[in-house]
Design a protein around this ligand. Structure first.
Ligand code: IPD
Ligand code: CA
Ligand code: CA
Length: 270
């Protein structure tokens, strides 16, 4: 396991150096599913560096990476990679982005690494061994009253099609007087929950590469991650997610379900 984790850390640091070098430089940007769903040349270059590093050390492992998809292989270990989480921030010169790398075996996340190169912040978690920020053990907060909490969320690129009434969820929690941030990097949101900067996080329609590493960070930091039905997440597919300490995560779930109840007319879906 050590060598898996070390390989992930080395890959994240290598890719981080590249992103730092490219930040606010001239680079090509294009749109994917929507005008604002961007991919820059640095997403692709970061992905190449990470995949090459992994393949050098573990040539038989499978890889699922955001920009190039699924690379199957003989091993039952799959690396799940977001080579640049927070692409819209990166493309606009905002230094809030990271690299997220995890490995999964039989539905178990073995480790998670999230590296934010502009602040040189490394978050790591290993299954059963706790979560760490730059070498120091981290914990989720114990804030259990929703109205006393500080939260973070995000919206999918398809928000204008109204996926899952996410704006109604947001407006409901904000109208309770809760300060809610939207940073633009789901992996960082989860790392910040794991390290106690935020008390909780929720977002609909995240992909495995957005949440695999961050989910393990939160659970190894003493918190939980559940979907909008209160169930455990499945890392094989996109999912809604709520993260925080167990009490607070369930408090968030109750509020989201109140809104879902209003839209029970049949048009609520994830
Ligand atoms: C996005 C970010 C954002 C979240 C989106 C993700 P990307 O990932 O994590 O915070 O709201 O749902 O798709 O495109 O920057 O890798
Ligand atoms: Ca992402
Ligand atoms: Ca990405």
């Amino acid at each position: 396991m050590d060598s898996l984790l070390n390989t992930a850390i080395e890959a994240a640091r290598k890719a981080g150096a590249l992103l730092k070098e490219g930040f606010r430089s001239q680079f090509s940007v294009s749109s994917k599913s929507r005008y604002h769903d961007l991919v820059t040349e640095y997403d692709l270059r970061s992905e190449t560096i990470i995949m090459e590093h992994i393949r050098t050390h573990f040539p038989t492992h499978a890889i699922l990476s955001e920009e190039s998809g699924n690379h199957t292989a003989s091993s039952d270990i799959t690396w799940v990679i977001d080579p640049l989480d927070g692409t819209v921030n990166f493309a606009h010169g905002i230094p809030l982005f990271c690299i997220s790398i995890a490995a999964i075996q039989n539905n178990t996340i073995l480790f998670g690494v999230i590296y934010a190169p502009m602040t040189d912040e490394l978050f790591i978690a290993e299954k059963g061994k706790g979560a760490y920020y730059n070498g120091e053990k981290i914990h989720v907060t114990d804030v259990s009253t929703l109205t006393k909490s500080f939260l973070v969320t995000g919206f999918p690129y398809s928000v204008s099609d109204n996926p899952g009434h996410c704006i109604e969820h947001f407006s409901h929690l904000v109208s309770m007087g809760i300060p809610v941030r939207r940073l633009g990097s789901a992996a960082l949101d989860l790392a910040y929950v794991a390290s106690g900067r935020f008390d909780g996080f929720w977002e609909i329609l995240l992909q495995p590469w957005d949440m695999a590493a961050g989910s393990l960070l939160v659970s190894e930091a003493g918190g939980i991650v559940i979907d909008y039905h209160g169930k455990q997440l499945n890392m094989d597919t996109s999912s809604s997610i709520i993260a925080g300490n167990s009490v607070l995560a369930h408090e968030i779930l109750i509020e989201l379900q109140k809104i879902n109840h209003v839209y029970q007319s049949g048009d609520f879906h994830e």
